[in-house]
Ligand binder design. Structure first.
Ligand code: MSP
Length: 531
C-alpha cells in the first residue's frame, strides 16, 4: 500500500430490495472497519450506495405507475434510513442515477470505444432477468440460471462488447504477484480456477427496445449499458474519477472492496480488467465475506442455496431476518456486536435469535455490563463518585494488565488481517480477566475493612481495564461504548478513542467524576419461548 489513506467500499445494493440482515452485515462490517482505521489515525473514506438501473426497477416502477427515477427516490430511503438507524458512518452515499456517476460511465465508454476496447457484434446467449446477467450454454445448471436457479431466456441481438479477454493474462499475473489482492485465500483460488478457461469478452449493452432504464451509450443512442459496467464504476466515480483529480488521487486505489461471495467474479474479474483497460491501478484488496444462513427447514434438499449448516436467506423462502426488527428488539449495538462477533470473516454463519440472545447475555450482560455497574457503584459509594488516584500496577495486576495489553495487540492484528471476530474474542477474554481480578481482589471485603488505599487501587485498575476494553469495542458498539467511557470519566474529546491512548495504562484523569447507570448498559434478555 503506497498511500497512507484508507478507502473502503461496500457493494451498492439493488434499490428494489428490502434491506435484510445480509445487507446490514456488509455495511456494518464496512462501518466497523472504517471506524477501526480511524482509531488507528488513518484518513478514512467509507462509501456505500445503491444500484438503481435495470429491468427489475423499470418493471416495478411501471407496476406502481411512477417513473423509474421516482421509484428509486422512494426506495433508496429504506437503505438510507436503515444506515442512519444502525449508526453507519459512511462519508458518502452514491446512487448510480446521479449525474456525477452517469457522466463518468459515459466518458469511460466513449474512451474505450475510441480505443477499440469496446466493439460491436452479434450476441447469442442466455439471460437471467433475476441476476441481470448473460450466461453461456455451459454455464447453465440443468437449463437454469447457475446462480439463482430461475428460468433463463435465449437472446440473439446486436450488442457491444468489452474486450475482457485481452486482459486475462495480465489479471492472472496480477493475482499471482499480489497475495492480498483477493482474500480470503479460497476466493483467490476460486478466481484463478475460473481463469483457467479462456475468458470471454463481456457484453456491456442492452437494446433500449428491451430496457431503457440504464445509462445510454454515447456512441449508440439505441442502447444502454449493461448493469455491471454501470454499477462497478461507482467505486471510482464517487471519489472524483475524471472530475476531481486531487480527490481521486487522495483515495484511489481503494484499500478494500468488501463484497459477499455471491459477487466474486464480477469484482475479481470484470472490475480489474475494466480498470486495466482504463489504465487505472487496481484496488489493494477485494475481500469476500460469507453468507448469513438460517437453519434449513426440515426436509430441505441440499442445493446452491442450502448446505448442511443452513439456507441462504431469500424472499422466496420467507426466511429473511429483518435488521430493523432485531435492532428494535435488542438494540442497535447489540445487533452490531452479534454480527461482528459471531461470523468468522470469510465463512458462512447461521443466524438464530437463540444464538443472538445467548451471546448477548454471556458477553455483554454478564461479562462486560455487570462489571461496569459493580465498579461504578463501588466508586460512588466509597469515593463519592470520584475516580481513585492512579498507582503503578503491581504483582496483583500482572495478569490483568497482560491480558488487556494482549487484547490491544490482538485487535490491531485483527483489523489489519481482517479477523475481527478473533480480535473481539480477545477483548472479551480481557473482560473475563478483569472480572477475575475483581473477584480475586474482593473490593467489597476491602471496603468493609476500611482499607481505602487497596480498595482505590482495585477500582482504579478495573476502571482502566474497562476504559481500554470500551475503546477497543468502540468501533463495534459506538453508542454503548461511548456511554461506558463517559461513565468512567474519559474526557469528552477523547470519547472516540485513538489507539495510542489505548496502549497505555492510567490514562483516566485522577478524581474524574464517575457516573452512575440508571439502567444496566446491557440488561439481561430472557430467551424467547419456543413456539
Ligand atoms: N447491486 C449488486 C452489487 C453491485 S456492486 C458494484 C448486488 N446487490 S445486492 O443488493 O444483491 O446486495 C449484494 C450484497 O449484499 C452481497 O454481495 C452481500 O454483500 C450482501 N448479502 C446479500 N445477502 C447476504 C446474506 N444472506 N449474507 C451476507 N451477505 C449477503 O449484488
Amino acid at each position: 500500500m503506497g498511500k497512507n489513506t484508507f478507502y473502503l467500499t461496500t457493494p451498492i445494493y439493488y434499490v428494489n430490495d428490502k434491506p435484510h440482515i445480509g445487507h446490514a452485515y456488509t455495511t456494518i462490517l464496512g462501518d466497523v472497519l472504517s471506524r477501526c482505521h480511524r482509531l488507528l489515525g488513518e484518513p478514512t473514506h467509507f462509501l456505500t450506495g445503491t444500484d438503481e438501473h435495470g429491468q427489475k426497477v423499470e418493471q416495478a416502477a411501471r407496476r406502481n405507475g411512477v417513473s423509474p427515477q421516482e421509484h428509486c427516490d422512494t426506495y433508496v430511503k429504506r437503505f438510507q434510513e436503515l444506515w442512519e438507524r444502525l449508526g453507519i458512518s459512511n462519508d458518502d452515499f452514491i446512487r448510480t442515477t446521479e449525474e456525477r456517476h452517469t457522466k463518468v460511465v459515459q466518458k469511460i465508454l466513449q474512451d474505450l470505444w475510441d480505443r477499440k476496447l469496446i466493439y460491436q457484434a452479434d450476441y447469442e446467449g442466455w439471460y437471467c432477468v433475476g441476476c441481470e446477467r448473460y450466461f453461456t450454454e455451459k454455464d447453465l445448471k440443468d437449463g437454469h440460471c447457475p446462480d439463482c436457479g430461475r428460468v433463463v431466456d435465449k437472446l440473439v441481438e446486436k450488442n457491444y462488447f468489452f474486450k475482457m479477454s485481452q486482459f486475462q493474462q495480465a489479471l492472472i499475473d496480477h493475482i499471482n504477484s499480489h497475495p492480498r489482492f483477493l482474500l480470503p485465500l479460497n476466493r483467490r483460488q476460486e478466481t484463478l480456477g475460473f481463469l483457467k478457461q479462456p475468458l470471454n469478452d463481456l457484453c456491456i449493452s442492452r437494446s433500449k427496445a428491451r430496457l431503457s432504464w440504464g445509462i445510454e451509450l454515447p456512441f449508440d443512442h439505441d442502447y444502454v449499458t449493461y448493469v455491471w459496467f454501470d454499477a462497478l464504476v461507482n467505486y471510482i466515480s464517487a471519489v472524483g474519477y475524471l472530475a476531481n483529480d486531487a480527490e481521486f488521487q487522495k483515495w484511489w486505489p481503494a484499500s478494500y472492496h468488501l463484497i459477499g461471495k455471491d459477487i466474486l467474479t464480477t469484482h475479481a474479474v470484470y472490475w480489474p480488467t475494466m480498470l486495466m483497460a482504463m489504465e487505472i491501478p487496481l484496488p489493494d484488496t477485494i475481500f469476500a465475506h460469507g453468507w448469513w444462513l438460517t437453519p434449513p427447514p426440515a426436509g430441505m434438499v441440499e442445493s446452491a442455496q442450502a448446505t448442511a449448516e443452513g439456507v441462504k436467506m431469500s424472499k422466496s423462502l420467507g426466511n429473511v431476518v429483518n435488521p430493523m426488527d432485531m435492532a428494535d428488539k435488542y438494540g442497535v449495538d447489540a445487533l452490531r456486536y452479534f454480527l461482528m462477533a459471531a461470523m468468522a470473516l470469510g465463512q458462512d454463519a447461521t443466524f438464530t435469535e437463540e444464538s443472538f440472545v445467548t451471546r448477548f447475555n454471556a458477553d455483554l450482560a454478564n461479562n462486560l455490563g455487570n462489571l461496569l455497574s459493580r465498579t461504578t457503584k463501588m466508586i460512588e459509594k466509597n469515593f463519592a463518585g470520584k475516580l481513585p488516584e492512579a498507582t503503578e500496577p503491581g504483582e496483583d495486576e500482572r495478569e490483568l494488565v497482560n491480558s488487556v495489553k494482549n487484547a490491544v495487540a490482538a485487535m490491531r492484528n485483527a483489523i489489519l488481517n481482517m479477523q475481527l471476530d478473533r480480535g473481539i474474542a480477545e477483548v472479551m477474554s480481557a473482560a473475563g480477566a478483569t472480572n477475575r481480578y475483581f473477584d480475586t481482589m474482593k473490593p467489597w471485603v476491602l471496603a468493609k475493612e476500611g482499607n481505602t488505599a487497596a480498595l482505590g487501587r482495585v477500582l482504579r485498575n478495573t476502571a482502566e481495564a474497562l476504559r481500554i476494553i470500551g475503546g477497543l469495542l468502540y468501533p463495534v458498539m459506538p453508542v454503548k461504548m461511548a456511554e461506558l467511557r463517559r461513565l468512567l470519566g474519559v474526557p469528552e474529546e477523547q470519547i472516540a478513542p485513538m489507539m495510542d491512548k489505548l496502549e497505555h495504562w492510567n490514562q483516566l484523569p485522577d478524581g474524574a467524576t464517575v457516573g452512575q447507570l440508571a439502567t444496566p448498559l446491557f440488561p439481561r434478555i430472557d430467551l424467547p419461548k419456543q413456539a
